[in-house]
Ligand binder design. Structure first.
Ligand code: SF4
Length: 285
């Protein structure tokens, strides 16, 4: 049985070209301090949820903050190594942007973000499943594997994110990530979730806050999810890779995307010549 991971699928949803560089060329290259920061916050909250599930209380704010600083420090050690390995491929602009991201500011916003979480959201969340693995089949020879961040004892799936800009109001019913989580949840518990909640900690030096988007009794069409996943897999096998941001975009920029030099090369050569150059089979296997 062939497997595809949840994160692979989300990579294609967000940027098909990224899939080409990451999974066909096998280039893992995203050394960014901000990712390490997000990872450290995620790890801190995950540990807190595990403790809270066990003893009903979890970490105190000061303990969570200490855990975060420690975890971020470790992640930054990895970052240094990743940056050294990737340096020859990164643009000057990318490196300059990274250099100007101040660690002290990141620690500060992380600590404030945790404070906001503990004040405004923590009392209402009673964790049940934490980083629970799931598997479900979408066709006779393909299954999806992944993990659900967290669900609460009321059967609500929570997707906790940190962001620096206030998120737009969005319909999370049509969110690809949440749809896959819903199918995953059912495969673990045998039941549909009672609700879904996308919880954002908006990180800011002076005004950290919580923004939530919730859906009660969500409806999910599993067949459509399976059809979309199959379509992504067929597209990737058939070398359908394109830039999601054809207009001038801050995402496809020298400063932001670590694949920017490859992106430019692809634009210049065209997909056919690019695949040939990197010895990627042109025809479907
Ligand atoms: S440059 Fe743009 S299209 Fe290319 S991988 Fe980066 S984000 Fe995707």
């Amino acid at each position: 049985m062939k497997q595809v991971s949840f994160s692979q699928l989300m990579t294609y949803v967000r940027c098909p070209e990224h899939w080409l560089f990451r999974y066909k060329l096998g280039i893992r290259r995203q050394p960014r301090k901000v990712f390490k920061h997000g990872f450290a916050l995620h790890e801190t909250l995950q540990y807190h949820f595990e403790q809270k599930k066990e003893d009903g209380r979890g970490l105190k704010l000061a303990e969570a903050q200490e855990f975060f600083v420690h975890s971020f420090g470790n992640a930054l050690e990895d970052y240094k190594q990743e940056l050294a390995e990737a340096r020859p491929y990164l643009t000057r602009e990318y490196l300059s942007k990274e250099k100007h991201v101040r660690i002290e500011d990141m620690i500060d916003t992380g600590l404030k973000g945790l404070e906001t979480y503990f004040q405004h959201l923590n009392p209402f969340i009673h964790p049940d499943l934490i980083e629970e693995p799931f598997t479900f089949q979408v066709s006779p020879n393909l299954e999806v594997v992944g993990r659900i961040d967290m669900t609460d004892t009321g059967g609500v799936i929570h997707e906790l994110k940190t962001t620096r800009v206030s998120p737009n109001k969005q319909d999370i019913r049509s969110d690809a990530q949440i749809s896959i989580y819903q199918v995953g949840y059912k495969s673990i518990t045998g039941k549909a979730p009672r609700g879904i909640s996308k919880d954002y900690i908006v990180l800011s030096k002076n005004n950290s806050r919580i923004v939530r988007f919730k859906v009660v009794r969500p409806f999910l069409d599993k067949k459509t999810v399976a059809r979309n996943i199959t379509a992504i897999m067929e597209a990737a096998r058939g070398n359908i890779f394109y830039c999601m941001h054809p207009a001038e975009s801050w995402i496809c920029s020298k400063e932001w995307c670590s694949y920017y030099t490859l992106h430019q090369e692809l634009k210049k050569l065209g997909l056919h010549a690019f695949l040939e150059k990197y010895s990627i089979p042109l025809a479907l296997p």
